[in-house]
Design a protein around this ligand. Structure first.
Ligand SMILES: Cc1cc2nc3c(=O)[nH]c(=O)nc-3n(C[C@H](O)[C@H](O)[C@H](O)COP(=O)(O)OP(=O)(O)OC[C@H]3O[C@@H](n4cnc5c(N)ncnc54)[C@H](O)[C@@H]3O)c2cc1C
Length: 419
């Protein structure tokens, strides 16, 4: 398997420290040596490459920005470069690491008790334990605040009821971070949202896999059910006080996705460029000699370069403690869109070869549809940026007044009128 040479039109490497380049190159080599040889088969079979988990743990890919428990406490840019390289391999693999790090270890580390941290962080760091994050419900995706899952305090226990859908690693997880409405205080629709840790095997806790996915096939996506599921009183994440804590976790993950999008785009661009220079059509010439093909490659490299600069800038803002949620929205929204457009253009350049998994392009093209939708859809991030620049939130349409339903044109049309 040939080594990935990188995509660096603007010499952005000069904006990285030596340590950051070293972290990037280590993960780049891991992806070339361990991920690429097996990933198409995993995608075909619809299986998560669990055999890579111990090595990812040994490389400190889980919880890489934490500086306790022997973890490296990497800065924002180094962490982002890990996500970039992993997503160059596969968006499903990057999702695995994002969930484990940003959606499970981060909330336990930031909102958990000392006992919860001591119990879970070391095992999650090595990959000995796997976690998942249950926020989305069948009827509440972009608007998680409307969730119906409840947690009721009964004696010395919490009793959970409800369901979660589209949960990455749901059936694989040893521990689920679950968000539910409690009865204390009034927030959202009548209850405070708090985070809970639910362990695999707890009576009343069920999980099953989502089948029929054409995207992120090398990642497990599941449904979780809670049916009078009783967990101990100390299973609550004590420092969670509302939906904002869940959104803080999402911000961590979205930051990584901003970098990951560029990794996916780098892979499809690199494949298309190589193919265009090799593929001969008309007069013994490579298709790269045609202006229409060059224009596509020029678009891709320009957008990738802009996306790289955006990633580095949000990384530096993160390191300076000045990163805002709307900066992250811009990174996620732009860079995943760039990845989606690059996958489409690369597929065109590959012609018929663009639809087979001898090349990574069609897999990235399918994967990016999930990434475009999860962790806040492209449009929802547009609304977040819109609110930041106008000061006007536009998520909720005005309430619909209850009016008697108007007759449809068909019902009100006179008998015999032309339809
Ligand atoms: C593969 C995969 C893995 C996932 N993993 C997880 C996970 O681990 N944990 C978890 O909790 N969730 C997970 N999700 C769920 C994901 O976060 C949701 O799918 C996402 O938030 C969108 O919700 P929805 O699918 O219900 O779409 P909806 O919210 O129903 O949106 C449908 C469409 O309506 C648009 N829309 C909605 N509201 C507005 C508005 N106010 N203004 C304009 N447009 C609007 C959206 O942009 C979108 O185009 C995953 C999803 C996928 C596909």
């Amino acid at each position: 398997m040939s080594r990935f040479p990188g995509v660096d039109f603007l010499d952005v490497d000069t904006l990285l420290t030596e340590e950051e380049r070293m972290v990037r190159d280590t993960i780049r080599a891991f992806v070339d040596d361990k991920v690429k040889p097996i990933i198409e088969e995993c995608h075909r079979d619809g299986r998560t490459p669990l055999e890579l988990v111990p090595e990812m743990g040994a490389l400190n890919l889980f919880g890489a920005s934490i500086s306790e428990y022997g973890l490296p406490g990497l800065g924002g840019v180094a962490y982002g470069l890990i996500m970039q390289e992993l997503e160059r391999g596969d968006s499903g693999l990057r999702s695995f690491v994002s969930v484990q790090s940003s959606l499970v270890m981060y909330p336990i580390y930031d909102f958990g008790s000392q006992e919860q941290k001591d119990k879970w962080i070391p095992r999650l760091a090595t990959g000995e334990a796997i976690g998942c994050f249950g926020l989305t419900e069948p009827d509440f995706g972009s608007n998680p605040g409307g969730m119906r899952t409840t947690a009721r305090k009964v004696g010395n226990e919490w009793v959970l009821n409800g369901s979660k859908q589209w949960i990455t690693n749901g059936t694989l997880a040893d521990v689920a971070v679950v968000w539910a409405k409690t009865e204390d205080g009034a927030s959202g629709n009548g209850g405070k949202i708090r985070g809970f840790l639910v362990e695999k095997g707890t009576p009343g806790f069920t999980s099953s896999d989502q089948h029929g996915k054409f995207s992120l096939r090398a990642s497990t996506t599941s449904e979780l059910g809670f049916h009078d599921c009783r967990i101990p009183a100390d299973a609550i994440l004590p420092k969670t006080t509302g939906l904002k804590n869940a959104l803080m976790c999402l911000n961590q993950a979205r930051y990584g996705i901003a970098w990951g999008g560029i990794g996916s785009a780098m892979e499809t661009y690199h494949t298309a460029l190589h193919y265009a220079k090799e593929r001969i059509q008309f007069n013994g010439q490579p298709i790269a000699c045609h202006q229409l093909v060059q224009e596509k490659l020029a678009w891709m490299i320009t957008e990738i370069s802009k996306g790289q600069l955006l990633s580095i800038q949000i990384g530096r803002l993160k390191e300076a403690g000045r990163l805002k949620h709307f900066h992250i929205s811009m990174g996620k929204r732009n860079n995943v869109w760039v990845a989606r457009e690059c996958a489409k253009l690369a597929r065109e350049i590959l012609g018929a070869n663009g639809i087979v998994d001898d090349y990574p392009v069609i897999r990235h093209m399918l994967n990016i549809e999930s990434v475009y939708t999860y962790e806040g859809t492209h449009d929802i991030h547009g609304l977040i940026i819109g609110e930041a620049v106008t000061g006007i939130p536009s998520f909720n349409a005005p309430e619909r007044a209850e009016k008697p339903a108007k007759p449809t044109p068909a019902e009100s049309a006179p008998v015999g009128a032309a339809r």
